[in-house]
Design a protein around this ligand. Structure first.
Ligand code: SAH
Length: 220
C-alpha cells in the first residue's frame, strides 16, 4: 500500500519549496489536493513524481512544479474569479479552487471534462464550473476575470482571453511552437499590456479558433 500523504509531503518539500515556490497559499494547496486521484489507478504510484503523466485522449496532467509555478504566477489572494483553459484531469482546477473564490474551467474533450467535473464535485469543490467548449474564445458571460490560466501551448495570445481580463488582471499562458514554449504572464494595466517571460516549458497543444488546428497549422 502506498503512503500517499507521505509521497505528497515529499513532493512539496523537494519539488515545490526547494525549487523556490514561496506563496504560502500555493504551498498549502499543493499539500492538500490528493493528486493521485486525478490519474488512473495503475499510475497512482507515480502521481507525486517529478514529471507529467498521461490522462488519456493523448493529454497529460502537468508536472507538480509547473502547476505550482503557474498558480503562483497568477498572484491570487483568495477573492478572485479565475478562468482556466484546459481542465484535463482537473488537478490544476482543484489547486485553483483551493485558493480562489470562483473557478471556471473549459475543456474541449468531453470525456475529460465529465470525469474532472465528477471528481471535483466528489471532493467538494462546489465553486467550480466546467464546460465543454473551445476555450480560446474564453467565457464572455462570466467575464471579467481577475486571473486566466491556459494549460496548453498556444501559437500566440488569444485576443478574447486578454479582452476578458479585468483591470489589473493576470493571464498566464505558454506561447511558442508545438515542441517548446515560454510561459508568459500578461498583466492588463491602464497603460496597456505588460508582458513578462517566466521561462521555458512544454505543453500539449491548445487547439481551437485562436490556437492550433488539429493538423498543427495556425487557425486564423
Ligand atoms: N491542467 C491540466 C492539463 C491538461 S493538458 C491538468 O493538470 O490535468 C491540456 C488540456 O487542454 C487537454 O486536456 C486539452 O484537451 C485541453 N485543450 C486544448 N485545447 C483546448 C481548447 N481550445 N479549449 C479547451 N481545452 C483545450
Amino acid at each position: 500500500m502506498i503512503d500517499f500523504p507521505k509521497a505528497r509531503e515529499k513532493m512539496v518539500e523537494e519539488q515545490i519549496i526547494a525549487r523556490g515556490i514561496k506563496d504560502p497559499r500555493v504551498i498549502a494547496a499543493m499539500r492538500k489536493v490528493p493528486r493521485h486521484l486525478f490519474v488512473e489507478e495503475a499510475l497512482q504510484g507515480q502521481a507525486y513524481n517529478d514529471h507529467p503523466l498521461p490522462i488519456g485522449e493523448k493529454q497529460t496532467i502537468s508536472q507538480p512544479y509547473m502547476v505550482a509555478l503557474m498558480t503562483e504566477a497568477l498572484q491570487l489572494t483568495g477573492k478572485e474569479r479565475v478562468l482556466e483553459i484546459g481542465t484535463g484531469s482537473g488537478y490544476q482546477t482543484a489547486i485553483l479552487a483551493e485558493i480562489a473564490q470562483e473557478v471556471y474551467s473549459i475543456e474541449r474533450i468531453r470525456s475529460l471534462a465529465l470525469k474532472a467535473r465528477r471528481l471535483l464535485y466528489e471532493l467538494g469543490y462546489y465553486h467550480v464550473e466546467i464546460k465543454v467548449f473551445d476555450g480560446t474564445v474564453g467565457w464572455p458571460e462570466k467575464s471579467p476575470f481577475d486571473a486566466i490560466l491556459v494549460t496548453a501551448g498556444a501559437p500566440e495570445i488569444p485576443p478574447p482571453l486578454y479582452d476578458q481580463l479585468g483591470l489589473g488582471g493576470r493571464l498566464v499562458i505558454p506561447v511558442g511552437d508545438a515542441y517548446s514554449q515560454d510561459l508568459i504572464r500578461v498583466i492588463k494595466t491602464k497603460e496597456g499590456q505588460k508582458r513578462e517571460d517566466l521561462g521555458g516549458c512544454r505543453f500539449v497543444k491548445l487547439i481551437g479558433r485562436y490556437g492550433w488546428m488539429e493538423n498543427g497549422t495556425i487557425n486564423q
